[in-house]
Write a protein that binds this ligand. Structure first.
Ligand SMILES: *[C@@H]1O[C@H](CO)[C@@H](O)[C@H](O)[C@H]1NC(C)=O
Ligand SMILES: *[C@@H]1O[C@H](CO)[C@@H](O)[C@H](O)[C@H]1NC(C)=O
Ligand SMILES: *[C@@H]1O[C@H](CO)[C@@H](O)[C@H](O)[C@H]1NC(C)=O
Ligand SMILES: *[C@@H]1O[C@H](CO)[C@@H](O)[C@H](O)[C@H]1NC(C)=O
Length: 455
């Protein structure tokens, strides 16, 4: 029905964030169990002499070995008695993720543990009542983060502080005079005495991590990989995904009964594929992207509803019947015209039509985006706008997934997890294939939007 059917089966069986020896993702309880057995056997064979017996292999050791296998690049730990403290991290989900990763990488540069920062649950101009900070570990798993990122970056909690050598407060600059070089120089100074002696370096200033960065894309990617949603939110995302697949299954069995060449048994075993489209056509975006087009003198940023529908319909290899999940701003949920005009065989759905709006409504903005992000990351095909941070981070995560599966270029042949940018014209009048350039020297290119999308 769609491409990548062989890979699809494998992915169904194994699809979680453990990727140790298998070089691919594993998800279900069975997978985890299997993974633990494999680790245990591995430990028994390779490492048993160094443990005091089988009882020595507790959860902590397993985590240690597990994370070691994830971070072969660094054997050295980060100091656990020196800390970096940063202000609350704000703005949208993906800007918060980027700012968080920057804080982590700054701490890494200073060889310090990052004190777990708080996030912002909402965009300030929307939900005034939800301005309060939300702790990092209410959204992402704290222990998991440290175990996945062990040796690379570490998070600590305020209760780890000994309060003996005091706090050094560092004012980060801002504005046009605050250049990349200045920022880096300042950080280098901090690695030296007397600053290095302080137990805590506290960064103060307005959104210091939305300013300059000094790290390559792959370092960011390494931090993002360690971010695993807490179970409650992950479950909500899974509910949305199953609902989408359910709609797809109903649709294909309806069509299947009318078509003689359809084999219904295969659809019972495989998850029904879906396409996710991050459709940015709301008024705020249109105003922003038109301005950007003028500023950058390019015409490839804003895509109209019509253009998006047309290009998605022209994706090579995409044959109906297929469900299209539309990740759209809430303001568009009232606009039924986003659901009409799609090519025959494509069935567009959004939160309301799926009947999952209740799941989203329980949560503030940040969590709602985190759920949508998961739904887009897990889609069989993702189509987004290369000038959107949300789309760019989804494309980055999917690129990482492909690389872990051994794919080095998604640009040519049929691959699992293809991503496309609808704002750039690709082959056969479809959207352009999109893969993140993992050897880029800075995240700036993708976080501030770009029409350079590698393929
Ligand atoms: C951090 O400092 C410790 C102790 O000085 C050292 O062993 C380790 O290699 C350093 N780690 C990094 C990432 O610089
Ligand atoms: C150090 O100070 C922090 C914040 O004031 C407090 O939460 C923590 O318990 C203190 N730790 C020790 C060991 O006194
Ligand atoms: C904008 O781009 C077009 C074509 O790409 C070029 O002809 C034009 O000179 C550019 N305008 C400015 C102000 O750079
Ligand atoms: C990826 O980025 C690197 C560093 O900026 C650059 O040299 C390389 O040409 C880029 N690769 C592609 C395929 O764009």
């Amino acid at each position: 029905m769609l491409w990548g059917e062989v890979n699809l089966k494998m992915d169904l069986a194994c699809n979680c964030k453990y990727q140790m020896f298998f070089g691919r993702n594993l998800n279900s309880i069975t997978c985890k169990g299997l993974a633990l057995i494999v680790i245990a056997l591995f430990l028994r064979v390779v490492l048993l002499p160094s443990f005091s017996g089988y009882g020595g292999i507790d959860k902590k050791n397993l985590d240690l070995v597990h994370s070691r296998s994830l971070s072969l690049d660094s054997d050295n730990g980060i100091r656990k008695d020196k800390f970096l403290e940063v202000p609350q991290i704000v703005w949208g989900l993906n800007n918060q993720k980027i700012a968080f990763a920057r804080a982590c990488l700054t701490a890494r540069m200073l060889n310090r543990t990052l004190l777990m920062p708080s996030l912002r649950a909402s965009l300030f101009y929307k939900e005034i009542d939800r301005l309060q900070p939300i702790s990092f570990d209410k959204v992402f798993q704290f222990e998991r983060f440290n175990s996945f990122c062990n040796g690379f970056v570490q998070l600590g909690s305020y209760s780890d502080l000994r309060n003996q050598t005091g706090v050094y407060e560092l004012q980060k600059g801002s504005g046009r005079k605050w250049t990349v070089e200045r920022d880096l120089d300042q950080l280098k100074q901090l690695s030296k005495d007397p600053f290095d002696g302080y137990e805590v370096i506290r960064i103060v200033g307005k959104n210091p991590f939305l300013w300059h960065d000094h790290w390559p894309v792959k370092d960011y990617a390494r931090v993002f990989e360690c971010l695993v949603l807490v179970d409650e939110i992950a479950r909500e995302a899974d509910r949305v995904v199953s609902k989408i697949r359910e709609v797809g299954k109903e649709m294909s069995s309806r069509i299947g009964s009318a078509q003689s060449d359809f084999s219904p048994d295969s659809s019972l075993l495989e998850p029904v594929p879906y396409v996710a489209v991050h459709m940015r056509i709301e008024i705020d975006w249109m105003v922003h992207c038109k301005k950007l087009e003028r500023k950058l003198n390019v015409s490839e940023i804003c895509s109209s509803k019509r253009e998006i529908m047309e290009r998605v319909g022209n994706i090579v290899g995409l044959k109906g019947p297929t469900v299209i999940y539309l990740a759209v701003a809430d303001s568009l949920l009232e606009d039924s015209s986003v659901l009409t005009g799609w090519k025959e065989g494509l069935l567009p759905v959004e939160k309301n039509k799926l009947g999952v709006d209740g799941i989203y409504k329980k949560y503030p903005y940040l969590i709602q985006s985190a759920i949508d992000y998961e739904v887009c990351s897990k889609a069989d095909v993702f189509v987004g706008n290369s000038f959107s941070t949300f789309s760019s981070l989804v494309a980055l995560e999917r690129t990482q997934k492909m690389i872990r599966m051994g794919v080095t270029s998604s640009c040519g042949a049929d691959v699992r997890w293809p991503s496309y940018a609808y704002n750039i014209l690709g082959e056969s009048n479809g959207p352009h294939k999109w893969m993140t350039n993992m050897s880029d020297s800075s995240l700036k290119a993708i976080s501030y939007g770009s029409n350079i999308i590698t393929c």
